[in-house]
Design a protein around this ligand. Sequence first.
Ligand code: PEP
Ligand code: MG
Length: 590
Amino acid sequence: MKAHSPAGQGPTGRAIQGLAVSRGVAIGRAVLVAAGRMEAVHRFVEPEQVQDELARLRGARDAVTLELQRLQAELPPDAPQELAALLEVHVLMLQDELLASGVRHWIIERLYNAEWALTTQLEVLSRQFDEMEDEYLRERKADLEQVVERMLRQLRGAAAPQPPAHAGEGTPLVLVAHDLGPADMLQFRRTPFVGFVTSAGGRTSHTAIVARSMDIPAVVGARAASQLVRQDDWIIVDGDAGLVIVDPAPEVLARYRDRQQQIAREREQLARLRHMPSVTRDGQAVELLANIEQPEDAAVAVRAGAVGVGLFRTEFLFMGRGGRLPDEEAQYRAYRAAVEGMQGLPLTIRTVDVGADKPLERGARDGTLNPALGLRAIRWSLAEPEMFRTQLRAILRAAAHGKVRMLFPMLAHLTEIRQAIAQVAQARAELDARGACHGPVQLGAMIEIPAAALMVRQFLAHFDFLSIGTNDLIQYALAIDRADEAVAELYDPLHPAVLRMVADVIAEGARAGKPVSVCGEMAGDPSLTRLLLGLGLRSFSMHPTQLQAVKREILQADAGLLVDWARQVLAADEPAACLALAPDGSAAAA
Ligand code: PEP
Ligand code: MG
């Protein structure tokens, strides 16, 4: 994505750049959740009023707890799983002693009124959140703010934000706020909001998570939004580019309306492909798998038409837990839930991959110069064998309930391969020793370090299957930090060196008769589907939302015809230039 100025005035209207977190285009009138909502009356109370202030505080806390519990109880059965969990987090924060005792302190010792005490303690805790290494934890500051805001609303006797009553039937509305909490989002589910814009938040903020699961276009981190957007302004939310256009010129509006219609038509067409088998025109079956991050995503993947999960990134179960890792039982429950969600289809569980841009708080080491080259993924697992075997035992136990494959990230050395496999054997022996039930698993390796790609034959000798992690393979082959905006232009999946490695791994897998899939972002990019097919790939693993777009490419492709062309692309100095020249015409039909 190109960098835009944070806010620019041009013939198109005012454009505000944020982060694209949920795809699509929304056009509607802005509904602002009041800025300065944290403003509180600041006043000193008399010593004899302290008890009354404390009682007001307790009253507000109890009322908000009830409000949240009511929301929990009213959760519709199809509500995203995250919502229940997030509401629970808010209830827990309300009960948290650090918040409660801090606020009491300001009232009793400083004689602040309840509102002032609340915002003062919020500031104290906010600073602690800001200093946290872990991005996920840092973003929990927003939850605290939302909880405090609810309490302030109670103290003021005001109701939760609602869409304006004057909004006519059918008027599309876009919610613009500093930040939004899951409970607020929940209340907005049955309202006419067609898009969300927030000034705060990152890619893992709740607005982003919930908007994605609600499939509503959203832009977060659009810092200037709460100042530049006025109540009732027409705005466009471009969830693909992360752009918010305020008060658009008629021609811009027309262009976006066209795009909206085009997107709607495309979605309709794509949805029809869901139950179609994924086979090329010349009869080559292609396996389409899903990448998931949470156990409950397994069922979503199956509903989206995936024939299995090719990558379950388990590290998200390990993060944001204040350094306490999930024990064997908790992990077993999570993996078993995912296995059961698969309804008999295979689930590939990748062992924990923390480090680099996915730090675990206790693994986040100050002063690490190159985290992407440090103690990450399998290296961390092998350095902490107890932790590793806890995970392996949980996976092996879950494998008693369905088809499970185990995948190891970031292997580069034969010694690592031997150690990882030995740890699996030991974990199994530990389960046997205590008479615990476990099931068979196939073992696989991620090919995501150039060294692994170059010694793929040795990998194939030790593993049942391979999965190419192109996200990291590109990062390590080209020495481009995948999280660094400054070098993002150089991060090129079509670099000849990258393509050569991908091609070799696919070819060697075929020669050895062992399955090879691609589970990096390349697999979910429809513009690369034909190239990967031409290179012989028959297994793609991607985010479930991409499945139908990739399937469409497969249905239009003639795999036999693509082989020679793919060879030419591989030999070209500039493979990108050859991409549009695929021989079967599917590009034109797409
Ligand atoms: C990859 O590196 O391509 C991959 C799929 O793993 P992750 O994105 O989790 O590093
Ligand atoms: Mg990776």
